[in-house]
Ligand binder design. Structure first.
Ligand code: IPE
Ligand code: MG
Length: 218
């Protein structure tokens, strides 16, 4: 979800205004994704590298996460959404950790959109934590397969992404699911995240449907 800061700047507003607008946009995109038949949607909200931003901005983002997780709790549950968070949550405030735990537990039997929020998520950090867990479980190195690693990632219960959409004209992965995106398709758009809408999502899906995916085969 890139481009919140630039969206605000274009309007002569502080970056945090863009984050608030970007946060508000998430609910609609979930709705649109479900309408289009998408079963799994992940949003990259905060990376392990985003702590480098000025502390005011980080604090505002953390407040927005807590607000989102609590304000939209009932709505997400009533829409039958299954909510998960990925990333190292131990670095998040107790309030946010609790809100995540409540939402994950309250939505655990839901069968609608599988909505995943990546907060304090970094692919390299995720793999590092997975390796630590594998070692601490005493797994014999000879028994470690790709499936072992996949099963120890934060994303163990969700499929690899078919399509990764990046907004705001940037064309890089920025530590988003480096393991899981080995055969994902990528779609880049200049649209800034707060402006991302059904039309943009449809354009991305149309582009995806024209791709020929061979997964390394013929
Ligand atoms: C949102 O957009 C990304 C988050 C970390 C929440 P940015 O804050 O990166 O916006 P730009 O790239 O400065 O426009
Ligand atoms: Mg950015």
């Amino acid at each position: 979800m890139d481009g919140n800061g630039r969206w605000a700047k274009k309007r002569g507003m502080p970056r945090t205004f863009g984050h608030a607008q970007g946060s508000e946009n998430v609910e609609m995109v979930c709705e649109d994704a479900w309408t289009l038949g998408i079963k799994y949607l992940t949003v990259y909200a905060f990376s392990t590298e985003n702590w480098k931003r000025p502390s005011d901005e980080v604090n505002t983002l953390m407040e927005l996460f807590l607000d989102y997780l609590t304000d939209y709790h009932d709505k997400m549950i009533s829409k039958n959404m299954r909510v998960r968070c990925i990333g190292d949550r131990t670095a998040l405030s107790e309030d946010i950790q609790n809100a995540i735990a409540v939402l994950e537990s309250d939505s655990s039997a839901n069968t609608g959109l599988n909505f995943t929020i990546a907060i304090n998520y970094g692919g390299r950090d995720e793999i590092t934590r997975a390796v630590r867990n594998i070692v601490s479980e005493g797994v014999d190195p000879a028994d470690i397969t790709e499936e072992t690693i996949t099963a120890h990632l934060d994303t163990a219960s969700i499929p690899d992404p078919d399509l990764v959409i990046r907004t705001s004209g940037e064309e890089r992965l920025s530590n988003f699911m480096p393991w899981q995106t080995a055969y994902s398709e990528f779609y880049y758009t200049d649209v800034l995240w707060p402006d991302f809408d059904m039309e943009t999502l449809k354009d991305a899906c149309r582009s995806f449907s024209r791709r020929s995916r061979r997964h390394g085969g013929l």
